[in-house]
Design a protein around this ligand. Structure first.
Ligand code: ARG
Length: 468
């Protein structure tokens, strides 16, 4: 008996022989697309209602279908639904069960629709929801950063370039740099959402349909503002998913850079932070260890997210129009990346909130590396020494202090004056690390006014995005 024909397979009509079970296993997409069941059901309800309003189905038929779909949804939610690999994907599993429940009227649901526009719609809904969830988690991270920034405006630490001591900065300023990155990620997600909220329903297999469908109405039912303009594009483009995967990758880049700093800062040689015990792990052999595994894992998982972006880019790169089965390989990478970024964002925002910063350790680090050398050069310049000469004079003072094993501020007045007769007593004020930060009053600099303004703006942004 050919089980393809005995109405189990929704496309069985033209086949004489059964599908190989190996092929059934190989071609199924349930492992991933079952997570789209809510979207599939919502899309089907919208389609059924639209069909009724267009007179393709009677209102009674549409109601029966919608009620049947509600029951399917409940069965899935209650764990009572049996997913069947022979039915290939989420779409046919749901439609098959619907027909078992409501009888032959269920077979009318697919009128004027193809799995090609159906899957594109489901996936778009899933991607929009994912992007919105990332945004929520990004807001939490920003909130955590702002909380820490507020209490650390006066904490000073070495700012680095090339990971070498450069100039002192306020810890708040350092943390607020990440606020900027995550705000951009948030905005990128908003942009991506806008382009993803375009309904492909009504494109059918690839060419549109002969039924008098109203794609606008279906889109409205789903809550998408826009409708496809070209049916071939609607069923074959996945750039919305790629764009979201790029947004996701960018978030991971930012998380990973922050992780790198957490790892460095928690090393006892730096000692800038104490990791909360809830976010650290120990070693099975070395009793003293407190490892920053959470940060390391986020940094590590970043690679796998990039991989997912590249994987889908590669899948799409040479596909002719319109739908190709290759495109079934879109959901796996996306869903994996989605889970990774959500978990990473969650764990990171919790960790940031509980990190304790060691201002004293940061203060002693300031004493190593001549972070006030630029101050001395600028000081001499302000007294009329051309900057290049001032740079050179200060360089010689640094070399001298280094030989003595002390900081510039530890040299006595006569020693400093030995390098230039422009040096007077006020030089010590200039060499003070806190002063160096305070004097950076320019827009977006590390000075206290700029930092306070950044915090204020971030708080306004948090309030605005909360109400969105
Ligand atoms: N499981 C398929 C996918 O995820 C659904 C669309 C199948 N369409 C088709 N014409 N075979 O892409």
């Amino acid at each position: 008996m050919n089980k393809n024909k005995d109405n189990c397979k929704l496309w069985g009509g033209r086949f004489d022989n059964a599908t190989s079970s190996l092929v059934e296993e190989f071609t199924q997409s349930l492992d991933y697309d079952r997570y789209l069941y809510l979207h599939d059901i919502a899309g089907s309800m919208a389609h059924a209602r639209m069909l009724a309003r267009q007179g393709v189905l009677t209102p009674e038929e549409s109601r029966e279908i919608v009620d049947g779909l509600k029951q399917v949804q409940k069965e899935i939610q209650d764990g009572e639904f049996s997913w069947r690999v022979v039915l290939e994907d989420v779409h046919m599993n749901i439609e098959n069960r619907l027909t078992e429940i409501v009888g032959s009227v269920g077979q009318k649901l697919h009128t004027g629709r193809s799995r090609n526009d159906q899957v594109a719609l489901d996936f778009r809904m899933f991607v929009v929801e994912s992007l919105a969830l990332w945004q929520k988690e990004i807001r939490n991270i920003i909130e955590s950063l702002v909380i820490q920034a507020k209490t650390n405006q006066k904490t000073i630490l070495p700012g680095y370039t090339h990971l070498q001591p450069a100039q002192p900065v306020s810890l708040a300023h350092h943390l607020l740099a990440y606020v900027q990155m995550f705000k951009r990620d948030f905005e990128r997600a908003s942009e991506a959402i806008k382009r993803t909220r375009v309904s492909p329903l009504g494109a059918a297999a690839l060419a549109g349909t002969t039924y008098p469908l109203d794609p606008e109405m279906a889109a409205e039912e789903i809550g998408f503002e826009n409708v496809f303009e070209n049916s071939m594009d609607a069923v074959s483009d996945r750039d919305f998913a790629l764009e979201a995967l790029f947004v996701c990758s960018m978030i991971m880049v930012h998380l990973s850079r922050m992780c790198e700093e957490i790892i460095i800062w928690s090393n006892p040689a730096f000692g800038f932070i104490k990791l909360p015990e809830a976010y650290a792990t120990g070693s099975s052999i070395m009793p003293q260890k407190k490892n920053p595994d959470v940060a390391e894992l986020i940094r590590g998982k970043t690679g796998s997210v990039f991989g997912r972006l590249i994987s889908l880019l590669t899948t799409m790169k040479a596909l002719p129009l319109a739908y190709n089965r290759d495109m079934q390989e879109d959901k796996g990478p996306f869903i994996d990346a989605h889970r990774t970024v959500v978990n990473s964002l969650k764990v990171m925002s919790g960790m940031i909130r509980e990190i304790s910063f060691d201002a004293e350790a940061m203060g002693s680090a300031l004493k190593k590396g001549y972070l006030n050398a630029t101050e001395m050069a600028d000081y001499l310049t302000s007294k009329g020494v051309p900057f290049r000469q001032a740079h050179n004079i200060t360089g010689r003072a640094v070399a001298y202090a280094e030989k003595k094993g002390v900081g510039l501020e530890d040299l006595d007045f006569e020693e400093l004056r030995g390098f230039s007769d422009k040096v007077s007593e006020d030089i010590f004020l200039i060499l003070d690390y806190n002063q160096a930060v305070r004097r950076r009053k320019t827009q977006g600099g590390t000075g206290p006014e700029s930092v306070a303004k950044q915090i204020e703006k971030a708080v306004v942004w948090l309030n605005e995005t909360e109400s969105r």
